[in-house]
Design a protein around this ligand. Sequence first.
Ligand SMILES: Cc1cc2nc3c(=O)[nH]c(=O)nc-3n(C[C@H](O)[C@H](O)[C@H](O)COP(=O)(O)OP(=O)(O)OC[C@H]3O[C@@H](n4cnc5c(N)ncnc54)[C@H](O)[C@@H]3O)c2cc1C
Length: 489
Amino acid sequence: MPGSHPPVIVIGTGLSGLSAALALARAGREVVVLEAADSLGGCCSTNEINGYTFNNGAVYVAVPSLLRRAFDQLGLNFDVEVPLVSIEHPHETHLDDGTVVHLGALDTARMEGHRASARTALLRDGLHKLQSNWQPIYRRLLDGVLPFEPSLPRTLAQLWRYLPELGGRADRLIARYFPDPALQAAVASTLLYTGTAPGRLPSSQLIGLLALLEEGFHLPKTGMGAITTALHRALLTLGVSVRYGCNVVQIEVASAGVTGITLAGGEHIPARDVIATCSGFSVVNRLLPSTAVPPALRRTARKAPLSHRAIAVQLGGRFEASSNAFIVNHVPDMDRQGAMHLAATDTPRWLSWTSPSQVLTGLAPAGKAVLELYAPVSGIERAEAWTPAMTEHALETHLAALRNHLPALEIDTVRTLDPQAFVRERHLHEGALYGIAPGANPNTYFPHRTALPGLYLAGQTTFPGFGVATSMYSGLQAVESLLLARRQL
Ligand SMILES: Cc1cc2nc3c(=O)[nH]c(=O)nc-3n(C[C@H](O)[C@H](O)[C@H](O)COP(=O)(O)OP(=O)(O)OC[C@H]3O[C@@H](n4cnc5c(N)ncnc54)[C@H](O)[C@@H]3O)c2cc1C
């Protein structure tokens, strides 16, 4: 019953925080939801500027079945709450020799250029074999692993027979299924979002391509923010409101465990349980008194590999696209794609962008379009070493590169989010986009339940917290751990 337990504090209103708050409220627990920003949604939200809707993080939905299931667990009908539009032409890759590769559902995948029809057959054959061989892995991950609290015995029981396939490197797997270098380059470019070269990623990262083949890519009808807005709507119906502008600067601890939090303004809110959905690195390095950090958490914070940083360059204006693809890549061959993750000193030859208004025209004023790209950031140890001049340079060089591909580009609105803006506005630790580097071993992530009584973690630095659907699960799993722990006491 509400009131019979002290309130639980949830830090953050991204997908994981809203899911956790909703699960707690449904379990009859009183919840205090604190958000440092002045609006909700974290990395799954949008901002409207001059009539253009720009993403604040996630750009598309890859595994809608998992989202449906997470919503269902919260008593919500996803298809009613968040109607989706399927992206019909999701992925187009251009190579230096003029070859164009279109990736999507098997019967839409095709190639343009030299020997187009023979190579289209090769492409479809490779995709078909990959899909057939990996479908059981995909299903087991979705049905038997990701929705549950991470556990090595569970993962092994579900996936042991696929370990040889999962254990290799992404580039080798790609080369095995796709002998043609152009096809390799196109398939490898589905991994660009990771910020890591295909030769340094485990083959399990190809699950993103499987998601494209199995379920397609999608956008909520009104943009990515519709998902967090729907969760917030449900929270309000349970009488829980969010406190905005509440930057938690300390998690208070006494000998028996957590005793509450302190906000930037000095306000103290007592609580016995806190679910922190901000980065695990921030919890360890900033929010906990250093004497209270459990040694295992300290080790995780020291060893876990930070994900990459990048500058979001978001443009509103008029451009004549040569195609209606959502993701457009201009890439070198697979072995050289790692270079695309290094900051360029000059106009970059290769780049990748998305255009959400190709799918949802309402995201831009009539006749205009939204185009978003991520310019790489490299060569800095800390986000604070990044300077506005570096952002200016990256903007200039990337606009020049874009104009090489879209000569008729007329820009009227520009928004950039550099590593410091990602820290300041999205509260991402060190501006690292995904918290922990994609492809890192699951046991390098932070746990949902910590050794400090009353402290639970969720979000993208916990496993499987990265991604729209899986970050919801991390919130749900942190709540399960909390309720279980409280029942055991
Ligand atoms: C650039 C980018 C592109 C992405 N693209 C995709 C994609 O296309 N598809 C996909 O599936 N996934 C994508 N992702 C991943 C996905 O968006 C995230 O994994 C997910 O949204 C993270 O949700 P979260 O709740 O864990 O964290 P967040 O959304 O970061 O939420 C954390 C919240 O906590 C708040 N907060 C932080 N510190 C404090 C504090 N001290 N006090 C109070 N509040 C605090 C923050 O303001 C924020 O609102 C992308 C992520 C990024 C950054």
